[in-house]
Design a protein around this ligand. Structure first.
Ligand SMILES: Cc1cc2nc3c(=O)[nH]c(=O)nc-3n(C[C@H](O)[C@H](O)[C@H](O)COP(=O)(O)OP(=O)(O)OC[C@H]3O[C@@H](n4cnc5c(N)ncnc54)[C@H](O)[C@@H]3O)c2cc1C
Length: 368
């Protein structure tokens, strides 16, 4: 690569969000370059998650999380079909195990409908057990359009489409400075020289606050919040067919049971704030600590069925004890050539196609 490359848009971060922005911009004929400091694309949060296509039930009506999840889910589901990526629209059950939880299902039904999720249905214990014979349920909310997919194949295919449309993927390229003093922005990388561009998109995930500071925007703080999983031995994975959730909690959707597209049964993720953004393993919970929430949903699970699973880190915009925050997707107030995406936690994987469309619109508006 030349020491100085000129493009229209530099995207900092080669996760699902950066790639989705690159896809939309490249499809509209813009010359884009994605900078990713890791050796491979999507190595951070984009491949440390549950791989679920969310319907968009939980988030406040009108929020970016709700709107972009509903729109993104439709685009994502269509792409998975068009691009022949392994997926299953298996549906999900949010179950009330005791009577106190039943009103929560009705509230979630209302929330989902307000968000435009129009296929939700409250079902009886009998119907729930027909779908999932091994769970404990007094009643359930059925979300038929929730599914699972092969995230790594999706990311590789998405990156391939960006490249086919002329986009550049530059890995092992850590963006370390952004010079805004000239007509074109200059992005300095540690390893691969400089790029000049008309626009910069900050899609740096857990490091979006640091990337914003490189651009002179000091407003953001990311609070890393780890989600851990246990896995279930293959012989017991068949106890669950699809996705079984409790009602949600403040920091997460609650420890749930996920049958992945590969047939593995995951329990999790938990939610715990941590001090380091790269601490995936130190101080993790033991598999046996997952037994109680898992057994509440599926009483036949035993401690000896549980093994260590993966973990992922949510890039939250709110710290311990604070109210939940929405995605932040805005131009920098003193420099509209820069768009920041901060706090893109769940359902970011699902919402990413719609996030890409939103960022494309913002850049085309600024350019006109
Ligand atoms: C435990 C867990 C479970 C989840 N489950 C789901 C789910 O089932 N469904 C769903 O829809 N969502 C889910 N999510 C949310 C989803 O995974 C994220 O919203 C999404 O992956 C965020 O993607 P991203 O591209 O913003 O971030 P990332 O994937 O973290 O990408 C950011 C990239 O930027 C790079 N980078 C950072 N700084 C620089 C720099 N200075 N220069 C160059 N590169 C840089 C990083 O290396 C990284 O690769 C889950 C998240 C977690 C943590």
């Amino acid at each position: 690569m030349a020491r100085e490359t000129d493009v229209e848009v530099v995207i900092i971060g080669g996760g699902v969000v950066g790639l989705s922005c690159a896809y939309e911009l490249a499809q509209s004929g813009r010359r884009v370059a994605v900078l990713e400091r890791r050796a491979v694309l999507g190595a951070e949060t984009s491949t440390h998650n549950s791989g679920i296509i969310h319907a968009g039930i939980y988030y406040p009506a009108g929020s970016l999380r709700a709107r972009l999840c509903v729109a993104g889910r439709q685009r994502l589901t269509q792409r998975l079909v068009d691009w022949r990526i392994d997926h299953a629209i298996c549906g999900k059950l949010i179950v009330a195990v005791d009577e106190n939880e039943e009103p929560l299902l009705a509230a979630l039904l209302d929330q989902g409908r307000a968000n435009g999720v129009d296929d939700l249905r409250l079902i009886t214990a009998r119907e729930a057990l027909e779908r999932e014979p091994c769970i404990a349920a007094r009643a359930a909310l059925l979300s038929p359009s929730t599914g699972v997919f092969d995230v790594e194949d999706y990311l590789r295919t998405l990156a391939g489409h960006v490249q086919a449309a002329g986009g550049m993927m530059i890995t092992e390229a850590d963006a370390i400075a952004v010079d805004r003093s000239a007509a074109r922005l200059i992005v300095q990388t540690r390893e691969k020289g400089k790029l000049t561009a008309r626009f910069v998109v900050n899609a740096a995930g857990l490091y979006a606050d640091e990337a914003a500071r490189l651009c002179g925007d000091e407003r953001h703080t990311i609070y890393p919040c780890r989600g851990e999983y246990a896995t279930v031995i293959p012989a017991k994975a068949r106890l669950i067919r699809g996705l079984v959730y409790p009602p949600p909690e403040h920091l997460s959707l609650g420890v749930h049971l996920t049958k992945t597209i590969f047939g593995e049964l995951l329990i999790g993720p938990t939610a715990q704030y941590i001090s380091q953004k790269n601490n995936y393993e130190w101080g993790r919970m033991e598999p046996r600590e997952f037994l109680s929430p898992a057994q509440r949903l599926c009483p036949a699970l035993r401690e000896s069925d549980l093994r260590w699973g993966p973990s992922g880190i949510r890039p939250k915009r709110y710290g311990p004890g604070e109210a939940a925050a929405d995605f932040f997707i805005e131009r920098q107030p003193d420099d509209p050539r820069i768009v920041h995406l901060v706090g893109i936690e769940s359902p970011g994987l699902t919402a990413a196609p719609a996030i890409g469309e939103m960022v494309r619109t913002m850049i085309l508006e600024t350019d006109s």
